[in-house]
Design a protein around this ligand. Structure first.
Ligand SMILES: CC(C)(COP(=O)(O)OP(=O)(O)OC[C@H]1O[C@@H](n2cnc3c(N)ncnc32)[C@H](O)[C@@H]1OP(=O)(O)O)[C@@H](O)C(=O)NCCC(=O)NCCS
Length: 277
């Protein structure tokens, strides 16, 4: 049961003009500046479906559905701290889940901050299953390359190999995100034996990475000076990769949890999800 009386709340599609108000709430909820630019981008870019909650004519929260793949991603969701635990988050989650169902999405995924009792309870009660404990990690690897692996910037012509790899490892591809990352210059591939054996859209919070083996993933990780945002998300049950990261001097920033509804199969390879999934 929620501890407060439920306020009158309406949910509507977000517009670009809502960006600053939602960015402010995101700042108040997470104490980070990142929300301002991020939400404005998500509210105005095709492939993102954003909703806001209004109460008494005032925006009190927002949520985003990332619709770029057959699996949709949820987040960030943030509620005005003064109205948390009063049912607003549940309405905003239901709105994007309804939308994903209308889209015919095969499933939905999100990354939950593991310490947060309320978000865990909310997502689990809405039908999200816990799939993977994650360790957000930051730092610079002591090893600066992996023998036999070459890492280079991804080119448009790499998309066939990367899409095929993603389908083999995850059962679906994230070609739209990859294409965007190649355009923006953040995507990299690793080659071993003259073949693409891994790719990343960005080594950091907002990128995902997929590789055939831990060796390929390690090569990607050694190729940068630091990870964007708070860090990379390492599946904690990949003990060999987690221990390699620790031995290479990376620090754990915070534990997180990958959750999903609908289609999910255990990945058949090495992978790092983004903060969305
Ligand atoms: C997490 C967040 C989005 C949830 O939204 P909210 O409006 O506060 O949550 P709601 O009131 O809709 O739902 C919370 C549910 O969890 C339940 N709950 C809260 N704490 C609980 C606990 N410790 N144990 C069990 N259930 C709990 C509530 O009773 C409620 O369930 P109900 O709908 O069945 O009554 C919001 O609190 C927030 O913005 N937090 C800060 C930012 C953040 O952490 N975002 C998510 C990162 S993963």
């Amino acid at each position: 049961m929620s501890s407060k009386a439920q306020p009158e709340v309406t949910i509507r599609t977000a517009t670009l003009e809502d960006g600053p108000a939602c960015g402010r709430i995101c700042y108040d909820a997470f104490s980070t500046e990142a929300g301002f630019g991020l939400l404005s981008m998500m509210f105005s870019t095709p492939g993102f479906y954003a909703v806001v909650a209004e109460s008494d004519g005032r925006i009190v929260g927002s949520n985003v559905l990332v619709e770029q793949a057959v699996i949709h991603g949820v987040g960030p969701i943030t509620i005005d701290p003064r109205l948390q635990n009063a049912g607003v988050g549940r309405k905003l989650m239901q709105a994007v889940m309804d939308r994903a169902n209308r889209n015919g999405a095969a499933g939905m995924r999100l990354v939950q901050a593991a310490f947060h009792n309320r978000s865990l309870s909310l997502y689990a009660s809405l039908g999200f299953d816990i799939r993977e404990p994650l360790s957000c990690m930051q730092g610079r690897t002591r090893e600066r390359s992996i023998p036999g692996c070459v890492v280079r910037s991804a080119q448009p012509a790499d998309d066939v190999a990367c899409i095929g790899l993603s389908r083999r490892v995850h059962g679906f591809d994230r070609g739209a995100e990859l294409a965007q990352a190649i355009r923006e210059g953040t995507a990299r591939v690793v080659e071993r034996g003259d073949r693409v054996t891994g790719y990343t859209t960005n080594l950091g919070f907002f990128g995902h990475s997929t590789a055939e083996t831990n060796i390929d993933m390690q090569a990607l990780l050694t190729s940068v000076e630091s990870f964007a945002g708070p860090g990379i998300l390492v599946p904690s049950r990949n003990s060999a990769l987690l221990r390699w990261c620790l031995a290479n001097g990376l620090g754990v920033v915070q534990p997180m949890t990958l959750m999903s509804t609908g289609l999910y199969s255990d990945p058949a390879g090495a992978w790092l999800p983004s903060i969305v999934f």
